[in-house]
Design a protein around this ligand. Structure first.
Ligand SMILES: *Cc1c(COP(=O)(O)O)cnc(C)c1O
Length: 471
């Protein structure tokens, strides 16, 4: 597979280069495959559906062809995924796709663990360490730290905004030792991201250190996230005749989004033949993308702190890939978009629990809230022209996707992505439903470890000095 660049279509490079450099240091653009090959119809239509790992292997193959052999790829996938994505029906037309069964209890384990193994595979032939810089607004850091922990030849530095992630999240990324370190930055997530981006374009630093990224901008994180979209859409398609009597419903995937890496992976799965009819871009008060879909104008802005803090992104990186892959009209025909604020998030956690018994986390709750509104009159209102287009009020934005009629005629099912375990946000969940969800063992353990994070001013020169002095 050849990879090109969102800012320079003249670029054509291989998987190894795209993965190891993370982004193109010259153009500042993001790597993207030149094509998204469709899986065979026989594979997609198999009944019962193929296993998660089979799907992962078939989907990854074209992107690594000629660079990673089939047997090495199989080993990477076996090692990366001792857990799977779980499809849980919560009402006749709603499935929750639980993406928190990995070691850090969040969906980023899917991308980070694949990327870590691919990088370590490519680094075998190098004789110096690869240094990974990652800015996190929440779960990226722990997923990346955990994925790389103990991997030979690779160091990881995690930057996180001081006081803007949950205490448990901070523990999860600050308690590593050895090849993984955390920096507590006096600033926002966007500041952390800017420090990292500046380091990547600093040619003086790059002469001293081999740098790579691990944010959702790395294509080796984006591609594996497409596996669970394919897998879940096949599972759901096979389950529908048993769960509801709807014939050939539209399958809509609702994605709680921040940097839009997860949603971009969904687009890749659809390109490769996943039976997904549409998407809902669901955000918290950081509604840059819903506003873009609604008005056609893309206006990045500073991030706002919310209860779903892993989605607090005002300038989502993957906007660049989405707008490279699709025109605005195509986006509008494929997507509904929705945002809600903190009070809407708490209400959603409560209502979801009351209606279905399911305990959803604040990120998944944003998505559940979107689907709840869409299928209970929200889309109908839009179709009837009864919606006000006030960008400052939470709700569906005024955009009518091609699948809108199918929802209104009760001919659609939704897959709500649940991106984190609710116990990671126990106090928020307790505020909404009056009790904390029980904590999985792997989370409980980390709470007793010492916090080793190093404080850092929001200043590039300090950051550079620290990197050079400490690595
Ligand atoms: C990172 C994250 C998101 C947002 O995913 P993006 O790919 O940045 O859109 C949503 N929920 C949780 C729990 C996350 O950690």
């Amino acid at each position: 597979m050849k990879y090109t660049d969102t800012r320079d279509k003249g670029i054509s490079t291989d998987f190894r280069t795209a993965v190891m450099s993370g982004m193109n240091p010259i153009s500042g653009g993001l790597y993207i495959p030149c094509e998204f090959p469709k899986l065979s119809k026989t594979f997609i239509d198999r009944s019962p559906e193929p296993s998660f790992r089979e799907v992962a292997f078939e989907m990854a193959r074209p992107y690594v062809e000629g660079e990673i052999s089939n047997s090495d790829l199989e080993a990477i996938i076996q090692d990366a995924y001792p857990f799977i994505a779980q499809v849980v029906p919560i009402d006749p037309v709603t499935y929750v796709l639980e993406l928190f069964h990995g070691p850090t209890c969040a969906f980023k384990d899917f991308g980070a663990r694949f990327m870590a193994r691919v990088m370590s595979y490519f680094n075998r032939t190098e004789n110096s360490n690869l240094h990974i810089l990652v800015a996190t607004s929440g779960d990226t850091g722990s997923a990346v730290g955990s994925a790389f922990y103990g991997v030979p030849g690779i160091d990881v530095t995690i930057l996180f905004p001081d006081g803007k992630i949950s205490p448990l999240q901070e523990k999860q990324l600050s308690t590593f030792d050895g090849n993984v370190r955390a920096l507590r930055v006096k600033g926002t997530f966007d500041d952390c991201q800017k420090l990292v981006k500046t380091a990547f374009t600093d040619s003086d630093l790059r002469e001293k250190l081999r740098l790579s990224s691990a944010n959702s901008i790395n294509i080796a994180r984006l591609l594996p996230q497409s596996f669970y979209y394919m897998y879940s859409s096949l599972v759901v398609r096979n389950r529908i005749p048993h769960d509801s009597k709807i014939e050939n419903p539209a399958i809509i995937t609702i994605v709680p989004s921040g940097n839009f890496g997860n949603l971009t992976s969904g687009l890749i799965a659809r390109e490769m033949g996943a039976p997904i009819d549409g998407f809902v871009a669901a955000t918290n008060s950081n509604h840059t993308v819903p506003d873009w879909i609604s008005t056609g104008k893309y206006t990045p802005r500073p991030s706002i702190a919310t209860l779903s803090n892993a989605m607090d992104v005002g300038a989502p990186s993957n906007y660049e890939r989405i707008s490279y892959m699709y025109t605005l009209d195509e986006v509008r025909s494929l997507f509904a978009s929705y945002w809600t604020d903190d009070s809407g998030t708490l209400t959603a956690i409560n209502k979801c629990n009351e209606k279905t018994g399911y305990i959803i986390d604040p990120h998944g709750a944003v998505a559940w809230s979107a689907w709840n509104e869409i299928r209970n009159g929200g889309m109908e209102k839009l179709l009837n022209g009864e919606s006000t287009n006030d960008l400052n009020t939470p709700g569906l934005t005024k955009n009518i996707p091609t699948w809108a009629n199918k929802v209104v005629s009760k001919n659609a099912v939704g897959i709500v992505l649940e991106t984190a375990h609710p116990a990671k946000f126990g106090s928020t969940v307790a505020k909404a439903i009056g009790r904390e969800p029980s904590m999985p063992n792997r989370l409980e353990k980390v709470l007793s470890l010492p916090d080793k994070a190093i404080p850092l001013e929001n200043n590039y020169d300090n950051f550079k000095e620290w990197l050079i002095g400490n690595l």
